[in-house]
Design a protein around this ligand. Structure first.
Ligand SMILES: C[S@@+](CC[C@H](N)C(=O)[O-])C[C@H]1O[C@@H](n2cnc3c(N)ncnc32)[C@H](O)[C@@H]1O
Length: 484
């Protein structure tokens, strides 16, 4: 028995090794002519570099399902699917040159349009006895064309259900029977992945489809997730999405574009704020005591952001700047610690901004109570206007990349930092080797260019020189970029 299991494991490993070798060879062969776009179980998709057309090379799994694929292609019109599809051996061709992935765009802006398009597509397919149930969790199963239309790219049998026919249930192993709730849960999961950037979704959906999580557990999770982010999608819960009526109603719902506006991606990390005789002791992500004439860090907090250790690094940077007066902006100021430091100890005109209103509201309360001259505002990095002598971004840049903003590239972030800074910009940069640096910058779903050397190259376009310092942990160095 033991040997049998070992043998099975060995076969599984050999199989996946063979698959990855075949894929590599495939890529090498096609590299000169084709740009790699993505791959799934059913094949690899390339864009022809010179002709612009999309070419899909089917895997043996894809080829096995070709009858079904053909049926889908015949049923989907060119508005939603490929402009022109033709099977040549194992290739499916499309003449559409302008397709791009949703994560190359501002997701919060395009997602409502995508959902509207999906509604229309489902209504069209339902007339032909088909329904899409797999919307894509590791990558969306559709792409965007320049004209803002979606084109369905996952055309293999797993993504589509044949309904109203003899087989109401999909032949995929252990897949459950189609019903309204199934589609509701899968659609809400898709939106949670691509709008709320929830990386857990892929695993949860897979457990759900295998029956390890039931409908109510999955719905509870999703509703809590949406609530946390301030998005109200509870209406979708009751829609009969296995029918045309449901998709009609959903279309109505999504015609209000602001339905997907996200408040925050993560609840504020605030434990307590205790008012003492002449100050306030604040505990949470940052831990310190603030008085009208003094800021004292407390030796606690996450190991990667121990308040005392980080405070000492930043205090030293401020001191060495040796500026008797300056304007200062801290982006992602959190509980306000470095804004207080700049104002109380260095006498700079200090402002803190954070996209999370809960942090800003506490900062304003404390500031008023102690009569401090600090300014706080609930503003996102992308909306910052004006210029400041010194700007700072401590452990925030990886959030701007693809999580709380859609600046999926360091180019735009660095350009903005260059534009709002007059003397110097201080950045704590969680590198591509940092656990969270890696996690949040990978949300987009595609291989990205988030890396320390790329960051320095981009910043050097707007700043003349820089210094690099060791941070609280090795994967979070500090940089000081100077304009002159
Ligand atoms: C990891 S915490 C770092 C807090 C603080 N800078 C520090 O180093 O102690 C990230 C902070 O950035 C804020 N944030 C995230 N995205 C933001 C955005 N787009 N604009 C402004 N603040 C943002 C979060 O609310 C949070 O307070």
């Amino acid at each position: 028995m033991k040997y049998q299991i070992k043998l099975q494991l060995l076969f599984a490993r050999l199989f996946s090794l063979r698959r990855s070798i075949v894929r590599r060879i495939h890529r090498i062969i096609h590299n000169s002519k084709y740009e790699y776009l993505g791959e799934g179980k059913d094949g690899i998709v390339y864009r022809h570099k010179f002709e612009g057309k999309i070419v899909k090379f089917l895997s043996s799994y894809g080829k096995r399902n070709i009858v079904f694929t053909d049926q889908f292609i015949q049923n989907i019109n060119s508005y939603y699917g490929y402009d022109y599809c033709e099977r040549i051996g194992s290739k499916i061709l499309s003449r559409d040159e302008s397709l791009c992935h949703i994560y190359e765009l501002k997701r919060s802006e395009v997602l409502p349009t995508a959902i509207m398009e999906i509604c229309s597509l489902q209504l069209y397919l339902l007339k032909n006895g088909m329904l899409i149930w797999d919307f894509g969790y590791s990558a969306p199963n559709y792409m965007f064309s320049k004209s803002g239309k979606i084109k369905w790219v996952d055309i293999n049998s797993n993504a589509i259900l044949l309904i109203g026919q003899s087989k109401h249930i999909h032949d995929r192993h252990r897949l459950r029977k189609l019903d309204d709730q199934l589609i509701v849960i899968l659609l809400l999961s898709h939106i949670a992945r691509w709008l709320l950037n929830d990386l857990n979704i892929e695993k949860l959906v897979s457990s759900f489809l295998r029956g390890k999580l039931d409908d109510s557990e999955m719905l509870d999770y999703l509703i809590a997730k949406y609530d946390e982010c301030g998005v109200d999608l509870k209406e979708i819960k009751r829609l009969p999405l296995a029918t045309a009526l449901g998709w009609e109603e959903l279309k109505q719902l999504f015609s209000h574009k602001d339905i997907l506006s996200v408040k925050v991606y993560e609840a504020a990390d605030i434990d307590s704020a205790n008012y003492t005789e002449n100050g306030v002791v604040i505990k949470g992500y940052q831990n310190f005591e603030i008085k009208s004439n003094e800021v004292v860090p407390i030796d606690t907090g996450y190991n990667f952001a121990n308040t005392k250790a980080k405070f000492e690094i930043i205090d030293d940077i401020f001191m060495k700047l040796n500026l008797s007066s300056a304007t200062y902006l801290d982006v992602g100021c959190n509980l306000g610690l470095y804004v207080y430091l700049a104002s109380v100890k260095y006498n700079w005109a200090a402002t803190g901004i954070d996209y999370n209103a809960d942090y800003i509201s506490l900062c304003n309360q404390v500031s008023n109570k102690l009569n401090l001259e600090t300014q706080f505002a609930n503003v996102k990095f992308g909306d910052v206007a004006g210029q400041y002598d010194i700007t700072s971004l401590y452990a925030v840049i990886h959030h701007l990349y693809a999580r709380t903003e859609d600046l999926s590239g360091l180019e735009m972030i660095c350009e903005k930092l260059g534009a709002i800074t007059q003397i110097c910009c201080i950045v704590e940069f969680p590198t591509e080797h940092d656990v969270k640096g890696k996690k949040w910058s990978s949300l987009a779903g595609i291989a990205n260019s988030y890396a320390e050397d790329k960051f320095v190259t981009e910043m050097s376009k707007y700043f003349k020189r820089h210094e690099r310092r060791k941070g609280v942990i090795n994967s979070r160095p500090f940089f000081i970029f100077f304009k002159s």
